[in-house]
Write a protein that binds this ligand. Structure first.
Ligand code: SAH
Ligand code: F3S
Length: 433
């Protein structure tokens, strides 16, 4: 009988893909199958995130729980960014953990499985050429890594310390992965990296230079592939060439993640983001001049050390000017190994909470107003997910989530849908053809 794997994935899309890689390796090489029951698992994996402090705190209570409910001989493995960051400290604090596997060491999963108390956390381990076995959690869309690590040094961010320096995956390998995904039925690929539009900056070994714009062009030539999405691009690298390709290439979905972080040029400088408020607004304007209906999402941090009321007003000002479709907003959380953790001019907790609430309220007002304008509009929707009450949901190419009455037969299909009812995060519609 095959062994059972229970896996919990926290954090970003890159972690989702790393989990798929580990599932694939364990399935192919160790005969594991997935289970949703922790109690019957032979191996419990937790793929962690360390971008903010809270999930890291929660990790140890969660591990304690795993230890309590697991089968006697079941193993527990801690993977991902917190594994990279805390390493053997995890086993010191939770001695029942069988192994610790860093975010940059996923390919060693079948090795550490057989090495009691193994700690593999080399943050510059080169996995860019490793051919992982194949597993995808969705048959409709395929995550594909295009780079690993990050070469930026945003002062708030721990990622370069957990995922190491940036290495691009050779173009040929990406194209092969995309082709494989399309052959097995996926019509959408999601290209992943911490800084995707810096693609091609460094390869491991000799590989033909390709930049992100050229990569997009090549991926779009794959027959049968209908949609390309990617995350995360960096506003600093959004040159005109990239924006033009984004606009002109029909297969590229017209939805762009533009992580602003702050609207204040002073704070952006302290964050070492490499752009100003004006550059960001200029890029949005340029993008909208090419693609008026583009969906724009962003990440914002409030209460970064030294953020004054005036700085925060600048963030609100950018929000009012851009009118983002979606925001991911966070209170600044000091992270070890980062420059900003040494900054002393911190913002008090009450102010931080107030700013986050103000920001989120403004965003909700903006999307409620924007979404009302969607009533009666028609979009092409790619259906991917069943929803309660006999609904099926999918996304328009500008990333509006729309559900219609229906069931399995719509999954993996493209349909033109007219919006009949609007909401804050999901619209309801009717298929028109
Ligand atoms: N390269 C990725 C960043 C990954 S971290 C990207 O550009 O999307 C994801 C988001 O978490 C960041 O964009 C930032 O908004 C937030 N974040 C990172 N470090 C943080 C910190 N120390 N405190 C609060 N939020 C943080
Ligand atoms: Fe982090 Fe900045 Fe890279 S947010 S992942 S250091 S682009």
């Amino acid at each position: 009988m095959s062994k059972k794997l229970y896996i919990e994935t926290l954090g970003c899309a890159m972690n989702e893909r790393d989990s798929e890689h580990m599932i694939a390796e364990l399935r192919e090489k160790e005969d594991y199958t997935l289970t949703s029951s922790m109690e019957e698992a032979d191996l419990i994996l937790i793929n962690t995130c360390s971008v903010r402090e809270k999930p890291v705190h929660k990790l140890f209570s969660e591990l304690g729980y795993f230890n309590k409910v697991k089968k006697d001989d079941a193993k527990i493995g801690v993977c991902g960014c917190t594994a990279s960051h805390l390493g053997e400290e995890i086993i010191k604090r939770a001695p029942y953990v069988s192994f610790v596997l860093g975010a940059r060491n996923v390919s060693k999963i079948t090795e550490v499985l057989h090495k009691p108390k193994a700690v593999e956390t080399d943050i510059n381990y080169d996995e860019s050429l490793y051919a992982f076995s194949d597993f995808r959690s969705s048959p409709y869309k395929a995550y594909i890594n295009i780079s690993i690590g990050c070469d930026k040094s945003c002062t708030f961010c721990i990622v370069p310390k957990t995922r190491g320096e940036e290495i691009s995956i050779p173009t040929d390998l990406i194209l092969q992965e995309a082709q494989k995904a399309v052959n097995s039925g996926a019509k959408e690929v999601f290209l992943l990296g911490q800084n995707v539009n810096n693609y091609g900056r460094r390869f491991s070994g000799k590989h033909p230079k390709t930049n992100f714009t050229e990569l997009l062009r090549k991926v779009s030539e794959i027959e049968g592939l209908k949609r390309i999405r990617f995350t995360s691009p960096h506003p600093f690298h959004m040159d005109d060439e990239f924006l033009k390709e984004f606009a002109a290439n029909d297969k590229i979905c017209k939805s762009m993640h533009m992580p602003l972080q702050s609207g204040s040029t002073k704070v952006l400088k302290d964050m070492k983001r490499g752009y100003t408020k004006e550059w960001f607004l200029n890029r949005v304007e340029k993008l909208r001049s090419f693609v008026p209906d583009v969906g724009i999402s962003t990440d914002i941090i409030v209460a970064f050390p030294g953020e004054s009321e005036e700085d925060f007003e600048d963030t609100l000002d950018v929000m009012r000017k851009v009118r983002f479709n979606q925001i991911f907003s966070f209170k600044y959380s000091p992270r070890p190994l980062t420059e900003a953790a040494e900054f002393t001019n911190t913002v008090d907790e009450e102010t931080a909470s107030r700013r986050l609430t103000t920001l989120q309220k403004l965003h909700n007002d903006i999307v409620d107003e924007k979404n009302k304008e969607l009533l009666g509009k028609t979009y092409e929707v790619y259906f991917e997910e069943l929803k309660e009450g006999y609904f099926v949901a999918g996304r328009s190419d500008n990333n509006t989530i729309i559900k219609v009455k229906g069931s399995e037969e719509l999954l993996g299909e493209f349909k033109k849908v007219k919006i009949t009812h609007t909401g804050r995060t999901i619209m309801t519609g009717e298929i028109v053809e």
